[in-house]
Ligand binder design. Structure first.
Ligand SMILES: Cc1cc2nc3c(=O)[nH]c(=O)nc-3n(C[C@H](O)[C@H](O)[C@H](O)COP(=O)(O)O)c2cc1C
Ligand SMILES: [Mn+2]
Length: 486
């Protein structure tokens, strides 16, 4: 089922017990973010703040839009719902569904004349970003962050390729925002290689408060040259309806809660950051980054601003981990490797990837690690664990067990030089931080192929050791023993 807008998603969350309306007045200055953080700690429902100090009644913030659920077996419920899947879908199925999305037939957006995002239009001197309830998130942040669960729209001036990507944005003043633009990201390809290289301003539109698939796909590894809008259209089964911007030549989803339009001027920078990062630490420094000059803001009546409180796991980690895992799964399979599951435990802050596989060759673990690190999605993960497919890669209790019992402290650990470390990694030494070189590590938890069969220890689990007829009998009689089925 496709959601028409963020409001339909909110209704669905509410029906599933995944949303709490907060009617008490709350302060955008650290209180909203502290509540979101505590909701992570307790895996509590997503807070919908309906009464924000200093802002008109009706203006809202949706916190924790895709964070984890405390309900049993529904850790990924909000993400599953966002993807139109049942709330109790297991993570391996979610990752497989995403991996499939890469192969769907793209569906172009449909241009409509007008719609909800045009209910309020502020242009030129009417523009004031502080009229929106932008939160101050982490103590020590460089400013108030408006973009934490949003989409930045830019277009390649030569090919027309329109990119939707998620890149954080801080408010500088009433009419400008800023955030890092990495050259390796698609927005960086547009900005540095096209517009700035020609000394031209780059038109942008930031959309926030959209149907949930849009921010999700905005942080997926969609190949360069592919419009994320077409992938969203294909995944939801009908095209995204878009409308023309007021002041720039771009289109935006018509049901967006808030649209911010403008230009990133060439060669202009302003200090942005620091900001609490996904590593769980305040790792980003104050830096000179490009400036997003705002020429118009349009929004729905009673707009809703979604906010993720990045930092220690787990929220952005949930979504980013499934996005990266799906891409790594596709990459490994396209190399013909017999991989069963790929899982990035969100609590690892995206520092480790677990891969289960059939053991088709003695050096399978190394073949897998080579492919992981050769691709963009895997290059930001410094640690790889390869396990055999008798173990569920998504079950961390099982993974810890085989890591401890099958990984040889010498033979099973492979250290591989990494000449392009990610600057956020907190384990880097001061010297490594400068050179951005470090060491990746592969933990090979497979039994050596040359061990005699009878030497490999047999697992003592119910499913592997007990005779099948006894297993069947016990399962069939489970309730009559007095246990409940779950
Ligand atoms: C909550 C969240 C915040 C993110 N912030 C940034 C960011 O500030 N800069 C960045 O380069 N990538 C950031 N990312 C990752 C990008 O969204 C991701 O790499 C995506 O693929 C970028 O789109 P692109 O592939 O079209 O460039 C963030 C992801 C999430 C989930
Ligand atoms: Mn892209």
């Amino acid at each position: 089922m496709a959601f028409k807008d963020l409001r339909e998603y909110i209704s669905e969350l509410e029906q599933e017990g995944e949303l709490l309306r907060i009617k008490e007045e709350v302060d955008w200055n650290l209180e909203v973010s502290a509540i979101i953080r505590r909701s992570y700690d307790l895996q509590a429902p997503a807070p919908l703040f309906e009464n924000i100090k200093g802002y008109p009644k009706g203006f809202k913030i949706l916190g924790a839009p895709v964070s984890s659920s405390a309900s049993k077996g529904r850790f990924y419920a909000r993400l599953a719902i966002s993807l139109g899947l049942p709330p109790d879908t297991d993570v391996a199925t979610i990752i497989e569904e995403l991996a499939k999305a890469k192969h769907v037939k793209p569906s172009k957006p449909k241009l409509v004349k007008t719609g909800p995002c045009k209910e309020n239009i502020q242009i030129g001197r009417e523009v004031n970003l502080f009229k929106l309830p932008v939160p101050y998130i982490h103590p020590g942040d460089g400013g108030r962050y408006i973009g934490t669960w949003h989409t930045v729209v830019t277009r390649d001036p030569d090919t027309g390729w329109t990119n939707w990507g998620m890149y954080r944005l801080m408010v500088h003043d009433e009419t400008s925002m800023g955030g890092p633009i990495a050259l390796s990201q698609h927005i960086g390809m547009h900005y540095y290689e096209k517009y700035e290289a020609r000394n031209q301003p780059m038109p942008f539109a930031v959309v926030t408060g959209t149907e949930p698939l849009i921010p999700l796909v905005s942080c997926f590894a969609v190949p360069p040259g592919t419009d994320e809008a077409d992938i969203v259209g294909a995944m939801r089964g009908e095209p995204v309806e878009v409308v023309k911007c007021e002041t720039v030549d771009l289109e935006v989803p018509v049901t967006s809660e808030i649209v911010i339009e403008g230009m990133v001027l060439p060669h202009q920078r302003k200090e942005e950051g620091p900001f609490g990062e996904y590593t769980g630490y305040i790792t980003s420094a104050r830096k000179q980054t490009p400036i997003f000059n705002v020429t118009a803001i349009t929004h729905r009546n009673d707009p809703i601003l979604p906010v993720i409180c990045t930092g220690a796991p787990v929220e952005d980690h949930l979504v980013w981990s499934i996005a990266l895992a799906a891409d790594i799964l596709n990459n490994l399979r396209s190399h013909g490797l017999p991989v069963k599951k790929v899982f990035i435990p969100p609590h690892s802050a995206l520092h480790i990837v677990v891969i289960s596989t059939e053991i088709s060759s003695p050096n399978i673990a190394q073949l897998i690690a080579d492919v992981v690190w050769a691709n963009k999605s895997g290059a930001c993960i410094p640690k790889v664990i390869v396990i055999e497919d008798d173990i569920d890669a998504t079950n961390m209790d099982e993974v810890l067990w085989v890591f401890c019992t099958r990984n040889h402290p010498d033979r099973g650990i492979h250290k591989i030089p990494n000449p392009s470390a990610f600057h956020h990694w907190t384990f880097l030494s001061p010297k490594e931080k400068k050179s951005l070189t470090t060491t990746n590590v592969l933990f090979d938890c497979t039994w050596p192929k040359d061990w005699p069969k009878e030497f490999v220890p047999r697992k003592a689990t119910l499913a592997s050791l007990w005779p099948e007829d006894i297993q069947e009998k016990v399962l069939a009689r489970w309730e009559s023993y007095g246990y409940s089925l779950k």
